[in-house]
Write a protein that binds this ligand. Structure first.
Ligand SMILES: [Zn+2]
Length: 67
């Protein structure tokens, strides 16, 4: 794993519940990564720093259909 992510292009940006804004980028390895763009003023997560990669929870892990 390289120290610096090689960004091919930006795909999306979204806000986290903590208030941080993350940019979603595609790398040259065709992976999708999310990187903190703006630190939320109310965010208390020490892992959320500008340019720090974060894991976005895939929507499929959230049960949206209850049977
Ligand atoms: Zn945050």
């Amino acid at each position: 794993m390289q120290d610096k992510l090689r960004i091919l292009r930006g795909l999306d940006s979204r806000a986290l519940p903590c208030g941080c804004l993350v940019g979603v980028y595609e790398t040259y390895e065709s992976e999708t990564v999310a990187i903190i763009d703006v630190k939320g003023s109310a965010c208390v997560n020490p892992d959320h720093r500008i340019d720090a990669p974060v894991n976005l929870q895939p929507p499929s892990t959230i049960p949206t259909i209850s049977r």
